[in-house]
Design a protein around this ligand. Structure first.
Ligand code: AMP
Ligand code: MN
Ligand code: MN
Length: 324
C-alpha cells in the first residue's frame, strides 16, 4: 500500500497549499485522531491543512491538531479545494455537510477501513483489515518517511485512534501489525497509560448518570441485549449524543449477550442504532437498512422513535441469530 500511494499522494499535493481533510459526522476517537494526525503531517510539509469536523468531542480535546479544526456549521459549502481527504468515512454521506465541499474538490482521496466502503473518492486507500483509519494514516506517513520519535504529537494522535477503534487492542480488528505499529509509537515516546485512560476509561458525571438510565432501560431477548435513550432522557442527565461511549460495549460484554443494540433518539422522528456483536456478523443486516460499519460493529440512523427503531433491529437480529 505504501509504495503505490507514497509517490502518488506526495506528487498530487506537491504544488497545493491548502489541504482539506474531513472525518465522519458524530466523530469518534479514530475519526478525530486520523484527521488531526494527517493534518499535523501535512503542516510539516509546509501546507495549510483545514480539518472539517462536526465537532471535537470534549473527551478528545487532548489530541493534537485542534488548531486546524473548522466546525461543519461554519464551513462555506461553495469552497472548492484542490484536494480533499475523506478519512474514516465508509461512504460520502458520512461526511455530513462536508460532502458538498468534497463534491467541489478537484481531486478527492478516501482513506478508510470500513468493509462496506465501495471507494467513493477519485483515489481510495481502503484497507478493511486495518484496525482503524489511524493505522492506515500511520502506514502512509511511514511511507513518506515519518518517524514517531520526531513528532510526538502525530504519534499521540495515531496511538489514540488505534486505542479507540480497537477498544484497547481487544476487538478482532486488532492484528499483528496493529501491535507492531503500537510498538513503534511506544518507542517514539507516547504516554500509553495517559492515552488509554483518556480514550477508554474517563467519563463525566453526566455520562455516569446516563449509563444508569441506559442500564435501567435495558432488556434482553434470545441473545440480544438492547436499550434505548430518548432525547428527554439524555437531556435530563445533561448529556447529548456525544456522551454515549461505552454503553453498547458494556451491554455486549454481559455473559448472556451475543449481540447488543443501543438506540438513541436524534430528532422528533429519527433514531440512531449502534449495533455490536461478539461473533455473529451484523454488518449485512445494518447495511440492508441503509447503514454501514464493520462485521461486529455497525450503525444506522432510521426514521421512527427510538423504541420503534430498536424493535425493528432487534427482531432482524434475533431472526438472524436463529437462522444463522
Ligand atoms: P457506532 O455505532 O456509531 O459506534 O458505529 C459503529 C461503526 O459503524 C463505525 O465504524 C461507524 O463508522 C459505522 N457507522 C455508524 N453509523 C453509520 C451510518 N449511519 N452509516 C454508515 N456507517 C455507520
Ligand atoms: Mn469512526
Ligand atoms: Mn475507524
Amino acid at each position: 500500500m505504501n509504495d503505490i500511494y507514497k509517490n502518488e499522494i506526495l506528487n498530487d499535493i506537491k504544488d497545493i497549499e491548502d489541504i482539506y481533510i474531513a472525518g465522519h459526522v458524530n466523530p469518534d476517537g479514530d475519526a478525530v485522531a486520523s484527521v488531526f494526525s494527517l493534518a499535523l503531517y501535512f503542516e510539516t510539509l509546509g501546507k495549510r491543512p483545514h480539518v472539517l469536523l462536526e465537532c471535537v468531542p470534549k473527551r478528545f480535546d487532548f489530541m493534537y491538531g485542534g488548531e486546524f479544526f473548522i466546525a461543519l456549521d461554519e464551513i462555506d459549502v461553495k469552497t472548492a479545494p484542490d484536494v480533499f481527504f475523506a478519512v474514516d468515512c465508509g461512504d460520502r454521506q458520512r461526511l455530513g455537510k462536508a460532502a458538498e465541499v468534497f463534491d467541489n474538490a478537484k481531486l478527492t482521496y478516501c482513506i478508510d477501513h470500513h468493509r462496506t466502503n465501495v471507494g467513493f473518492a477519485d483515489k481510495n486507500v481502503i484497507n478493511a483489515d486495518a484496525s482503524s483509519a489511524s493505522e492506515i494514516v500511520f502506514e502512509l506517513l511511514k511511507g513518506f518517511g515519518y518517524e514517531p520519535e520526531k513528532n510526538i504529537k502525530i504519534a499521540t494522535d495515531i496511538y489514540s485512534g488505534i486505542v479507540f477503534d480497537t477498544g484497547g487492542f481487544r476487538h478482532n480488528c486488532t492484528g499483528r501489525r496493529t501491535h507492531e505499529i503500537a510498538g513503534m509509537l511506544v518507542e517514539g515516546g507516547v504516554d500509553t497509560s495517559f492515552i488509554q485512560s483518556k480514550v477508554l476509561f474517563e467519563h463525566t458525571l453526566p455520562q455516569a448518570r446516563l449509563f444508569g438510565k441506559a442500564l435501567a432501560n435495558m432488556q434482553h431477548k434470545d441473545g440480544v441485549t438492547y436499550t434505548t435513550l430518548t432525547l428527554d432522557e439524555m437531556s435530563e442527565c445533561g448529556c447529548t449524543s456525544q456522551d454515549l461511549d461505552g454503553i453498547v460495549d458494556f451491554i455486549l460484554n454481559l455473559d448472556v449477550s451475543e449481540c447488543a443494540v443501543l438506540v438513541t433518539q436524534r430528532s422528533e422522528n429519527s433514531a440512531k442504532a449502534s449495533v455490536r456483536s461478539k461473533k455473529f456478523p451484523i454488518a449485512d443486516i445494518v447495511v440492508s437498512l441503509g447503514g454501514g460499519g464493520h462485521a461486529l460493529a455497525a450503525g444506522v440512523t432510521l426514521d421512527g422513535s427510538a423504541a420503534e427503531v430498536c424493535d425493528r433491529i432487534v427482531s432482524l437480529i434475533t431472526d438472524g441469530l436463529k437462522n444463522g
